[in-house]
Design a binder for this molecule. Sequence first.
Ligand code: ZN
Length: 709
Amino acid sequence: MVKFISWIFKSKAEIKVAVSILFILFIAVNTFPQTSPEVIKMEQPKEQSPLLGKRICIDPGHGGSETGAVGVNGLNEKDVNLKVCKMLKEMLEKEGAIVSMTREDDKSVNLKERWEFNKSHNSDLFVSIHHNANSQIDRTANRTEVFYHWHDRMGPSEDAAYLVYRELQAAFKLPNSKPYMCWSYGVLRENMYPAILGEASYMSNLQAEERLRDKNHLRDEAAAYFRGIKAFFEGGKPEIELNKEIDISTKRNFQAKIVQPKDSALIDPQRFRAELDGEPLQSIYYQPTSGLLVGLLPKEGVNGKHTITASAHNLAGHNSFVKRVEIDFDKPYQTTESFETKIKRKVVGMSSSKEQTTPIPYAKIFGAEIFDFLTTTDENGNAELYITSPQHSEPFFISANGYWSKEENLSKSEDISLQPMFRNVLNNKLIVVDAEGGGDYPVAIGPKGLRASDANLETALYLADYLKLCGANPQMTRKIDMSMDNVSRIRFGLEHNTDIFLTIGHRLPEAGMGEKPGTNVSRVGFRWGDSKEIGQSIIFNLRQMLGTGKELGDVTSRQPLPSEMHDWSSWEIMHGSQNYNCLYVCPQMFDAPGVEDRISTTAGCRKEALAILYGLINFYGLNDQKMALIDGVVLNSKTKTPLKDALIWLDNTLITQTEPDGKFLFKFLEPGKHTLLVMCKDYMTTKKELELKEGEQVNPKLELEISQN
Ligand SMILES: [Zn+2]
């Protein structure tokens, strides 16, 4: 044991120092679980271009003796690339960007010189501009492609590629376009990231070649790049630092610090990736006010070398770089029993009638003073914790799927009891969440370039996260942008023996179903068993949360209107559903005014997901008319204008996010005390306590003050 201690720390004194540092960190940063109003200082809002001071490297493809593609009528790619780049440079510089170009005239530059040029300028973004040609001489081929290297998949390069792709798609509307991951392009392969390569159209296509001779067309292309690049810097990106000194022998924890630079939107607390060898870690804990992310690694059966990867996402939907750290479990897991005070606690869940308790397996317990930092209960709900002193009185944060989180002083010797979320109605329900489309099949592309398949996935990811939080067992058919045929989806439902198979799709109106273009309606397709009733509950909640269906008639009734519900027995995915409820949920029509903008945001997709969750809770037996409800709004305290992208935590557990109207809705609440914690970029974090009576509906206005520095 002594030998083991000396492996980590040199002396016991050092252990105390280390533990106190953790303790100070906890005190200094832990504003999240405390109950007093909190003040977090952030930057004052600024009305300046997000491009100001950004270093952007523009790379006109080819040059000199290397012409690049040549059109039928002799147009050289190298010249077109250079023209677009010069226009783009001017646009970016007008808004304060610091732009460098790998070539400013018609000369040869090899690939190595290009990436070395970029590195020497330490750019915030590298954009290579090309125009493609079809090597099989298929002169009909013409589409927009934007590439990023696979090393930065799900990182900032993919975000930048996607944003530029969307603008090019919106400007030129070429079919079968998409952002592409690639591995072969040398200029991306050896470069520093973020880096993208755009091919706005095909020079080998005759019409495209003619258009590329037109200055106005080139200006439109440069402007599309400009808007995509600006959007990339507008949302900013989070940064993540992994603690490489992982004390895996005693803690089995890894720690990361998530940094939100002043130009990044708020960190999205529902969208971390923390993986061990590519598999998500079962327990992670994030403290939003400090940015501390802690993950619990397996205690047994993992000897040998492993890789931890982690990344963060912000409310603009932008990703941090994916960070990796190699670890070697070369020693068995050991507790710190011999030199710390051990306490044993059981975590139990109250039943909805509050008469019985059940042990909660794998409940998370987080506290800086615990030597384990983040630990979980075992399969019987028991936890062993090591604290530095028996008189220890700091609160610990306890959470478990299906229960409201709580703070508790563990020096009390009783069981820790948690209250069930939504009376446990979703507990252990197996729900397959299926995002329609993906890969080469976008289902629909909006006028602003959004692929429905991507919005479907966003809403599906939030829904799966909500379901898990509420104690259900969600399974997703796809978690990334990938092609998947209907048969695979049906098999997925059958093999999971699911209770509900729920497809999320944003569609265009269909005349055959009595739908008019431009009308925003929520639509559910159903087939079997209870799926019609589930659909009715979902429709009602979608209308309530999103304001859909108003153009159709009276939406105050809980009964859906005829064009909101359809028997979809003939739809292929429904064919497999003899054993389970199968639903197709279109939360909003893709072509209705404002919808594309709305579902391009994390707030819009999160709201759709929460509405579907409420629909499921409704269906499984909770009556929102008999329970308390918080229908609130977040405002700027001075101007009284609504604030978008505010995050609101209900009782430190359930999260929602405001859209531009500042509104939020929490339903199915029990009488008693509830806490709202609100965070919004550039505003002071605020807490509000509410005391709700049975069935009461309250409309709090949460007024946030601008942060002073
Ligand atoms: Zn080229």
